[in-house]
Write a protein that binds this ligand. Structure first.
Ligand code: F6R
Length: 257
């Protein structure tokens, strides 16, 4: 796992966007897994800037989002589909046919979850998966206790997640109780996992993600088992790590091979 600690949110976002840009330059039809939430907004802003500056072309990029609230149509202003349109897709030249955000309003969720997995397989799997981390250590909406080999499924959100996400809704009661999410096992199949985290509130889950035991109680910790995981943090999110000096040293002294 590579740990990159940046001074602040802006630098963290720039670093994440640069990694994504380099991957697209290397593979123009990159399969890009995307996350919603506050954390990647700066990364998406930087990707839009890069697109406007002619530094990157999204016309062949294929995207798969991690999750969506059950019960919210894509037109709802708190749906993750809507979020992605507003924060990224409308600012870049992505082909709408290449966008995949799980639907929160299907009749047969079991069949739909399998279909979503099959669509990912059809394009050869996710190349780079952008991730945030929840206050309870979740990736996607894989809450504490989720099997570390789980596949795309419908899950019940924890009270902590509902509380955390209520900041986007008028009242707490409006936050959906269920979500459809890629499973931990699905996420682990991405060729490169890129997790971003900022702020003091993330310091505890980040310390388990990087230095704690691998546990389904903090599903992000399974990334310790991923062959290519990059974690980009700001100083606040990194503040509870024991080996900060080494991570900085290793980043500044990378082997030239
Ligand atoms: C969102 C997602 C979640 C968030 C996490 C952090 O698609 O999968 O795991 O990444 O809840 O959310 P923020 O960034 O709002 O703190």
């Amino acid at each position: 796992m590579q740990v990159i600690i940046k001074e602040n949110y802006e630098e963290m976002s720039k670093e994440a966007a640069k990694i994504i840009k380099d991957e697209i330059l290397h593979k123009p039809n990159l399969v890009l897994g995307l996350a919603t939430g506050s954390t990647p907004i700066g990364t998406y802003k930087e990707l839009i800037r890069m697109y406007e500056a002619g530094e990157v072309d999204f016309s062949k990029v294929v995207t798969f989002n991690l999750d969506e609230y059950v019960g919210l149509p894509s037109t709802h202003n708190q749906s993750y589909f809507y979020f992605m349109q507003e924060k990224l897709f409308k600012g870049i030249n992505i082909n709408p046919e290449n966008i995949h955000v799980p639907s929160g309003i299907v009749k047969d969720f079991n069949a739909y979850c399998q279909w979503y997995e099959d669509e990912i397989d059809k394009v050869g799997g996710v190349d780079v998966q952008v991730l945030g981390i929840g206050g309870d250590g979740h990736i996607g909406f894989n809450e504490p206790g989720t099997s570390l080999v789980s596949r795309t499924q419908v899950v019940t959100l924890t009270e902590e997640t509902i509380e955390d996400n209520s900041r986007f809704f008028e009242k707490k009661e409006d936050v959906p109780r269920f979500a459809i999410t890629m499973g931990v096992g699905t996420i682990m199949e991405a060729k490169h996992c890129l997790l971003v985290a900022n702020g003091e509130k993330k310091a505890d889950p980040v310390s388990v993600l990087i230095e704690g035991p691998i546990t389904s109680q903090v599903t992000a910790s399974v990334l310790q088992m991923h062959p290519k995981a990059t974690v980009i943090l700001d100083e606040a999110a990194a503040s509870k790590l024991n080996r900060i000096d080494y991570y900085k040293w290793a980043y500044e002294n990378q082997p030239e091979i």
